[in-house]
Design a protein around this ligand. Sequence first.
Ligand code: FE2
Ligand code: FE2
Length: 286
Amino acid sequence: MRLWALSDLHVAYPINREAIAQLPAHPQDWLILGGDLGETPDHVRWILDVLGGRYQRLLWVPGNHELYTTNKDPVRLNGVARYEHLVGLCRRAGVLTPEDPWPLWPGDGPPTMIAPLFVPYDYSFGPPGLSREQVKAWAADEHIVSTDELLIKPEPYAHIGEWCAARVKLTEARLQDVPPGVRLVLINHWPLRQDLVRLYRIPRFAPWCGTTATEPWLRRFPVDVVVYGHLHMRSTDWREGVRHEEVSLGYPRHWRQEAGVSHYLRQILPGPPAPPSGESGPEWRR
Ligand SMILES: [Fe+2]
Ligand SMILES: [Fe+2]
């Protein structure tokens, strides 16, 4: 029995959609869907319909794209209401979400909880000491303006940083309740450490990639693995004994169609042993 992961399926692209439809069945296994499945609830529903019968269990976390409210989408829900609509859609399909109890991994290995999270970003990956507006101006100086600013309407919060703070608080409370002796696999669309955001071509996109509030969790709680996406730069890194797996597929230009989507499924559990120093990487995944 294995735990697999894939994020950033972006099925609005017919190339991605057709390739995902070809994925073989793994009826004994679980599959993590790490966010950015698409921009509409129909995109999410399509993936759950196609893959639901091929895996024993699916787990979903939202990405920024699922939170977009666009003119083309008949579901005109914003912010929290939109997220809750997607959670309901997943639950009706039997898919685990960040709002559900974290299941214990039934496969081999030490007792391990699989924890889908929804902790977005708060601009703290920008230069220290700047306000949110100053961070956005700093990015705009190099012509970086995230589409999120136009399409995410984070109601009832004034901005996504406030929504993020609320998510940090409730997630931390759940982490404190993990029983002693249980290990953790954390799943979040955005990375949980700032030093994993290696945007060589667009470094000023970093403010839309996470929050510095999550990094202390990796020392404070018994985390073995973090599964994330969003960067569209697949990698494996070991940091302080924790394995960080960026598992995105991405837009058609980000993956080799001749390899097929199966090539991009990342095995999370069982996992490899930690390197002796607890540090290695990045191992880029082509
Ligand atoms: Fe993405
Ligand atoms: Fe994303």
